[in-house]
Design a protein around this ligand. Sequence first.
Ligand code: GLC
Length: 534
Amino acid sequence: MRRADDRHLAPDDEAWWRNAVFYQVYIRSFADANGDGVGDLEGVRGRLGYLELLGVDALWLTPFFRSPMVDHGYDVSDPRDVDPLFGDLETFDRLVADAHRHGLRVTIDLVPNHTSDRHEWFQAAVTAAPGGPERARYLFRDGRSFGGSQPPNNWTSVFGGPAWTRLPGADQWYLHLFAPEQPDLNWENPEVAADLERTLRFWLGRGVDGFRIDVAHGMAKPAGLPDMPHQVGVCPSLLERDGADPRFDADGVHDIHRMIRKVLDEYPARVAIGEIRVADDAAFARYVRPGELHLGFNFRLLEADFNADSVRAAIEHSLVAVQGSPAPATWTISNHDTVRPVTRYGGGEVGLARARAMALVQLALPGPAYLYNGDELGLPNVELPDWVLQDPVWKRSGHTERGRDGCRIPLPWESGTSPYGFSATPGTWLPMPGDWAGRTVEAQLEDPSSTLSLYRQALELRQRHTAFTGTEVEWYGAPPGCLAFRRRGGGLVCALNASGAPVSLPAGQVLLASGPLRPIGDPLPPDTAVWLKE
Ligand code: GLC
């Protein structure tokens, strides 16, 4: 494993992110230091040693800004302060300094598409008269039909229901692509850009290494806010895309990214990655042109089914989408908005084997990789009873979509009973299953066959082995239902068997396998991936 003295941040490494492994900390669920049942910044600080041991290079911290927490922090009421639930600015500063000492860069979320309805701007807009400057920071419109009783257009909210809410007293409507408590900002108003610039400089000045930009395909809206050509389902998943959807990917969004990039370029070695959900590779490519985002989240791999054709197509699309741009492709199979891989790939032992295999596929690919906290422990999604569900999606969909709580259960650290060292209180913000004793960090650390050990070995090899040096992917012939690729240059071969039956191993020295391989000359079992050195 990596030695502590090897960890340092090279200050002159401008493009440190090009091959970095980022670890997404969903703060509410990572570690709770003050015993209120909700994870916090001090909790993250206390676990930096673990993250160093795991071998990741950088953190992505989900929103910890002041917020009424309707969408767990993605509804920001003050983007330049820490919510007391998570700590304060001093704790944040200590966390950044300590993370840097542990050799970990710190990137944070930025939420430019909307604010909370409790933001002082929106509070002022609600009490101001229509047509005034207070309302001009958001997207207020008169309603259609008699007395303005119908919403200004037919847009739906990503979380279900109409994307418009009317102020009381037969007043105007305002746009919210997410919950009504998340009003969309009017990016045509220069005050909005100026405020985001302040926010960027505020956190850059405090030493953050970059940003994950929430809904980076949102912000700009098409002139006249035209109707959607057709209605999408009552509650489309966050992953659905439609090329003809006027709510997202308006041309003006690129001016905003150029503005953000200009600010970041004034500070050395910072990075911006956008959450980009657009129709196709060509639309994606526009976000990573020179002068725009350094990186874009491409969700193709995350959306791929566990079969060779689907995984291969996802990799090919992700590579094509950045071809000719300065950005490498980024790889992710999980985040706080998606069913966890173990469950998505079938659940139980099979789901776990497949998730482990896909982790090796992900980490073999050249370019930055994003891990979601808890995936290194092989955590599954958790089925929660109705009465504990908190995601606004549950309510907004009229209780037809359960939402994303199942992938946001607090992490089990140690001991045989809930809350497994996550918190001092058993009353964690979402309940933890009673059967996670075998999944704790403590239980997995010394077990060489655990998922945590697999991740540690994979990250160690990725960091140090010369096989990982090539930046180009070359496909290898593979039996039906399997895929294999080589990194040209270093000679790493990654083979995935999704065929359902054993197949013979490609030639080469085995560096790591996601499941047990029988001795010499034996086949690659189903639901397994292997790394070989040619
Ligand atoms: C992004 C976030 C998601 C949030 C939404 C609204 O998609 O990942 O968690 O609910 O934006 O901010």
